[in-house]
Design a protein around this ligand. Structure first.
Ligand SMILES: Cc1cc2nc3c(=O)[nH]c(=O)nc-3n(C[C@H](O)[C@H](O)[C@H](O)COP(=O)(O)OP(=O)(O)OC[C@H]3O[C@@H](n4cnc5c(N)ncnc54)[C@H](O)[C@@H]3O)c2cc1C
Length: 438
C-alpha cells in the first residue's frame, strides 16, 4: 500500500493531524489498533489554544454543541482544624482572546467529531482494528487484527501517534526516562447538580478532589490517593468512596451516590517524560509518544493537539511547495520543545503542590494560590501558560511574591502588555517566513 503520510495511532493527536493534512488534499492513512470507542477515561478538558485550533479546522461549533464551557477554576482549601474555607478563583478571561475559556467534552465524542470531519475528504483513510507492528525495510507493518493478516505501507513520512507505548518511537531508537509520583488518582464520571458549572479543586492538607463539569449534567472527577492504596480501597464498600467525596464537596451528596459499584471507578497513574528527540529521518512523534505530563494542569490532550497543529501545518506547507526534504521536520521540535517543556514544568509544580500531606505544605499552597489570584501578573501568567495561547515564564521575583517573601503587585497589566505575550503566527509557524523550507 502507498500513502503520503502514514499515522500510527488514531487518538486525538493522530486524528487532528490527519484532518489538517486531508484538508490540504494530502493522502493520509491512520492506523488504529482499537475496533471502536473505549470506555477508558482520557483527557476531556480543551484549553483555549486547542479551541482556537479546532475553530480554524471548522469544528468549534460542533465541539461547543457537545461540550460544557468553563470560565474559571475555583480552588478551595479547607482547614479541617479551624473549619476555615479559603477560595481562590483563576479566571480564563484575564487572557485577552476570543478563546478565553476552556471546554469539557467526552474524549470519544471529540474523536468522533474529528474523524467524521476528516472522512469528508477522499484523501483521508482510516483503518480501525489494525495495528502497526513495527517497520521493515523502511515500510510500516500493519496487521489486520481480525483477519490476522499483515501488509506493508510505504510512505514519504511516518508519524508515531500511538500514545505512551509507541512502536514508532522504538523504531527511531528514542528513549524516555519516566518520572513517577508518590500518588495516584481515582477517576470517574457521574451526574452533577445543574448549578455546578465551573471547575473546582478542593483540598485539605492531605486530600484532593478535582471536579470538572461535563455536558448533560455530568461531572468528571479525580481523587488523589497515595500510590499503592487502590487495591485496599476497592475492598471497601462503595459507600466509603461516596463519603470521601461528600466530605470534601457536600454538594455531591445524592449525585456521587449514583455510582453503585467500583467497576466504573478507574485508577490513573500519573507519569511524566519528555524524549530527547521528536524526529529522526522521515519519522516524527506527536502527543503522548513524545511527552507525557502529570494530569494536574489538564494539558496532556492539549499538547497532542498543539503538536498535531504545528506538524500538520509544516507538512501541508512542504507538500504545497513540493519541498519534501525530511530535514524540514526540524521546524516541528523548534516550535514545540520549549512550549512543551514549559507546560511540563507547570504541571509538575502543580503536582508537587499537592504531593505532600503536611499541614505546612497545605498552608504554603493556600497562600501561594491567593497570591496568584490577587497579583495581576501572576494571575495572567498562570492562565496564559495554561491556555497555550502564549508563554511567559515565572521570574525569581514572581516566585518570591508567590511565596510571600515580597509584597504582591497591584497595578494591572494593560491590554498591550498582555497581547505582546500571545504567540503570533510567525512564532507558531516560523518556516513560513523568508522561504525557509529546503
Ligand atoms: C485516565 C487519563 C486521564 C487523563 N485526563 C486528562 C485531562 O483531563 N486533560 C488532558 O489534557 N489530558 C488528560 N489525559 C492525557 C490525555 O488523554 C493524553 O495526553 C492524550 O490522549 C494523548 O493523545 P495521543 O493522541 O498522543 O495519544 P492517545 O490518546 O493515547 O492515542 C493513541 C492511540 O494510538 C493507538 N495505538 C497505540 N499503539 C498502536 C499501534 N501499534 N498501532 C495502531 N494504533 C495504536 C491507541 O489505541 C490510541 O487510540 C489523561 C490520560 C489518562 C490516561
Amino acid at each position: 500500500m502507498r500513502t503520503d503520510v502514514f499515522i500510527s495511532g488514531g487518538g486525538i493527536g493522530g486524528l487532528t493531524l490527519a484532518l489538517k493534512l486531508a484538508k490540504c488534499n494530502i493522502d493520509v492513512t491512520v492506523i488504529e489498533r482499537l475496533p471502536g470507542p473505549t470506555p477508558v477515561y482520557k483527557g476531556e478538558l480543551l484549553q483555549p489554544k486547542s479551541l482556537k485550533i479546532f475553530d480554524e479546522l471548522g469544528l468549534l461549533d460542533r465541539i461547543k454543541e457537545n461540550g460544557h464551557e468553563i470560565d474559571e477554576l475555583n480552588l478551595v482549601e479547607i482547614d479541617k482544624n479551624s473549619g476555615s474555607v479559603d477560595e481562590s478563583n483563576m479566571k480564563y478571561n484575564v487572557v485577552p482572546s476570543k478563546y478565553s475559556y476552556s471546554l469539557m467534552i467526552h474524549h470519544e465524542k471529540l474523536k468522533g467529531i474529528i474523524r467524521e470531519a476528516a472522512s469528508e475528504y477522499p484523501s483521508f483513510h482510516y483503518r480501525s482494528n489494525s495495528s502497526c507492528k513495527g517497520y521493515s525495510g523502511g515500510k510500516a507493518i500493519v496487521e489486520d487484527r481480525k483477519e490476522k493478516k499483515e501488509e506493508l505501507y510505504e510512505s514519504s513520512f511516518y508519524i508515531g501517534a500511538e500514545g505512551r507505548v509507541s512502536v514508532t518511537r522504538e523504531e527511531m531508537g528514542i528513549k524516555k526516562e519516566e518520572n513517577e509520583y508518590n500518588h495516584h488518582f481515582l477517576t470517574v464520571t457521574f451526574p452533577r447538580p445543574p448549578s455546578f458549572t465551573e471547575g473546582k479543586i478542593i483540598s485539605t492538607f492531605d486530600r484532593f478532589l478535582g471536579l470538572f463539569p461535563l455536558p448533560n449534567d455530568e461531572v468528571r472527577s479525580v481523587y488523589l490517593i497515595p500510590a499503592g492504596e487502590y487495591k485496599e480501597l476497592r475492598k471497601k464498600p462503595i459507600e466509603y468512596f461516596h463519603e470521601l467525596y461528600i466530605e470534601l464537596c457536600p454538594e455531591m451528596e445524592g449525585y456521587v451516590n449514583q455510582i453503585d459499584n467500583w467497576k466504573t471507578v478507574q485508577l490513573m497513574v500519573p507519569i511524566a517524560y519528555h524524549t530527547d528527540s521528536y524526529t529522526k529521518g522521515n519519522k516524527a512523534l506527536i502527543g503522548d509518544a513524545v511527552h507525557t505530563v502529570h494530569p494536574m494542569a489538564g494539558e496532556g490532550m492539549n499538547m497532542a493537539i498543539q503538536d498535531a497543529d504545528v506538524l500538520g501545518e509544516l507538512l501541508s506547507d512542504m507538500y504545497a511547495q513540493g519541498k519534501l526534504n525530511a530535514e524540514n521536520l526540524k521546524w516541528f521540535p523548534h516550535v514545540r520543545r520549549e512550549r512543551v517543556t514549559n507546560q511540563m514544568k507547570l504541571s509538575h509544580l502543580s503536582a508537587l503542590a499537592y504531593s505532600f500531606p503536611y499541614r505546612s505544605v497545605g498552608k504554603l499552597r493556600k497562600m501561594s494560590l491567593k497570591r496568584i489570584e490577587q497579583d495581576p501578573i501572576l494571575h495572567f501568567k498562570q492562565m496564559l501558560n495554561i491556555s497555550g495561547l502564549g508563554m511567559w515564564q515565572d521570574s525569581l521575583k514572581d516566585r518570591m511574591i508567590q511565596g510571600g517573601l515580597l509584597p504582591k503587585r497591584n497595578t494591572p497589566l494593560t491590554q498591550g502588555e498582555k497581547e505582546v505575550r500571545l504567540f503570533t503566527e510567525r512564532e507558531d509557524y516560523p518556516w513560513k517566513w523568508k522561504e525557509q523550507l529546503v
